[in-house]
Design a protein around this ligand. Sequence first.
Ligand SMILES: Cc1cc2nc3c(=O)[nH]c(=O)nc-3n(C[C@H](O)[C@H](O)[C@H](O)COP(=O)(O)OP(=O)(O)OC[C@H]3O[C@@H](n4cnc5c(N)ncnc54)[C@H](O)[C@@H]3O)c2cc1C
Length: 382
Amino acid sequence: MRIVVVGAGLGGVSAAVGLHRQGHEVTLCERGAELREAGTAVVVMPNGVRALDALGLSDHVRGQAMPAVSGGLRDWRGRPLLVTDAAQAQRTVGPSVAVSRAELHRALRAPLPAELVRTATPVQRLEPDHTEVSVISDDRPVARADAVIVADGIGSTLRGRLFPQHPGLRQVGRLDLRGMLPRPAGLDVTELLAGIMVDRRTGAMFGLFPVGESDLYWFTDSALHGTPPGADEARRQVLSLMADWHPAVPALLEATPPADIYVDAIACLAEPLPSFAVGRVALLGDAAHAMTPDLGQGASQAFEDAAAVTRHLADAGPADVAERLRRYDAERRPRTSRLMLASSQQSWLMSRTGGVAWLRDAVLRAVPRRLATRQLASLWRA
Ligand SMILES: Cc1cc2nc3c(=O)[nH]c(=O)nc-3n(C[C@H](O)[C@H](O)[C@H](O)COP(=O)(O)OP(=O)(O)OC[C@H]3O[C@@H](n4cnc5c(N)ncnc54)[C@H](O)[C@@H]3O)c2cc1C
């Protein structure tokens, strides 16, 4: 079958490789001038690693499993709130891994023959008829397809065209800063790795993950709000807010050059889409279910989508497409809708201040480690 994938992010390239390996005639249209992924690192959860296994694309992540770390939640000084045994959870459901986004993207797209990729091809419209879909870029058809997979990300143009009644994105109002740096010599961060620190005085969070043997990936969330300032100014503001945190936090912020700091306004879909499938067209990844980053599931869900759409279209012919994509929708929409809601709830809970946050911390401290670890494993299981 002729299948066009629109958008060459982490989700689009994985789907394109999966469908190509099933013998379909795949074209991958990307608006950017080249295939690349910028930014820092991404945490791929055990369920995301398993989805990459199904696509035959997990070598890169499996080669970099996270070392045995405790994980969980701590307060701003690093005192435990809800410490999980991440190593035990990973033994139960498989490894999670933090990897450089650029390197992961390079590894995922490597099996895709160059002639299947059309860069500098922004797709603005799809024109379906009874037998095929015309893919329109800059007012001219660039391909005709039996099926189209829309993977054009959180700001998806095509989602708005397919669902004109849908309210689209909701700006959450908070900013996320992320940075990556080589591990500073002499700074012991072992107890903070794979964990998140929360500050009930301000609602700010700070997360830290090891990337390979030698790098660290950190993010802060809910520390800043409103319009994103430049990286330099954002770092200055966060440093002043976190000056009395665990000493590793200001040290890591100071050691990261502004050029390696990314500032994003957090957004998510205002409500779940009514369907991920419209005739011969299916949506995948952030285009289908953009969620806040609180559960670290965005990329992992895009990989699950890519594996599912590949499986549903595996032996399909043009006449089967609409029915197969309906099955894809039935499999994927309930799970991703639950995670969208859970991410928003987590976001709300973790950014509380005052009495609610005090109560939250008291409850978290009372949860037994074994129960917390079981909960963590169940989130990663599906
Ligand atoms: C601050 C932050 C931190 C995050 N951290 C994590 C994490 O640790 N773990 C995790 O799992 N997830 C994380 N996520 C989410 C994760 O990055 C996304 O869910 C994931 O990258 C989505 O992949 P995608 O392929 O759907 O979209 P994208 O990666 O956005 O790719 C979309 C692609 O489509 C292209 N495109 C757009 N429009 C068009 C068009 N009209 N025509 C052609 N091409 C087009 C774009 O250029 C891009 O290449 C985070 C997100 C944020 C904002």
